[in-house]
Design a protein around this ligand. Structure first.
Ligand SMILES: [Zn+2]
Ligand SMILES: [Zn+2]
Length: 209
């Protein structure tokens, strides 16, 4: 099992978001079993915060394997589903950290105004460490709303043939290709040529006036 230190090494720093992702992942592993070496476990994450790095390291659901699905909802919700039966757990983070003391608030204000003195930096660091510690040691019921059940398993990641973009000549996966004036183009070229066309149209309109 990967440790919190392993995640920090991957992510680059320790932070409360990472700690939340760590706790989410531990719970998912406890309930659904082993780390995914292939695609037997799927994670659906509803944000792209620091927490998702912990999910990738601990659960083995990774962006590259295709068993980490990102839904851009801006919610602290993590769903894990196990193939083939679809047993799943949905974990919604509902955590209120301890109120900041007046002193901590003052230090944070000074930090936000650009104060990087030792006093302020130490206070900010201590506050962060305290928060991480609280998250790592909190009870599941103080961190999460949990629901369990059978869930629909998303399709396994598919591999499609590549086509060649007629403008930049780079290869592009079939399902991402676009057609512009009857020719296959990649998305960046499609968008670029689209904006060029708009320029042309605007020029024409200006000429007419
Ligand atoms: Zn972070
Ligand atoms: Zn192109």
């Amino acid at each position: 099992m990967k440790t919190f230190e392993d995640i920090v090494a991957f992510h680059g720093h320790a932070c409360p978001g990472l700690a939340l992702g760590y706790r989410v992942s531990l719970l998912a592993m406890k309930e659904l079993g082993d780390r995914a070496t292939d695609e037997e476990l799927v994670a659906i994450v509803e944000n792209d915060s620091c927490a998702v790095d912990a999910v990738q390291v601990i659960t083995g659901c990774t962006f590259g394997k295709g068993n980490l699905i990102f839904r851009d909802y801006g919610k602290q919700v993590y769903t894990f589903i196990k193939r083939p039966k679809g047993q799943g757990i949905r974990i919604s983070i509902d955590f209120s950290p301890l109120e900041e003391t007046d002193e901590e608030k003052r230090m944070w204000e000074r930090y936000n105004k650009g104060d990087r003195s030792d006093k302020v930096m130490n206070a900010v660091h201590a506050r962060k460490t305290k928060k991480i510690d609280m998250i790592v040691h909190a009870k599941d019921e103080d961190l999460f709303q949990i629901s369990r059940g059978t869930m629909t398993v998303p399709n396994e990641a598919e591999i499609y043939p590549s086509l060649r973009c007629s403008l930049c000549t780079e290869k592009v996966m079939e399902t991402r290709a676009r057609v512009r004036h009857g020719k296959i183009v990649c998305i960046p070229c499609f968008e670029r040529s689209g904006s060029n066309l708009q320029h042309v149209r605007q020029k024409r309109r200006r000429k007419k006036q």
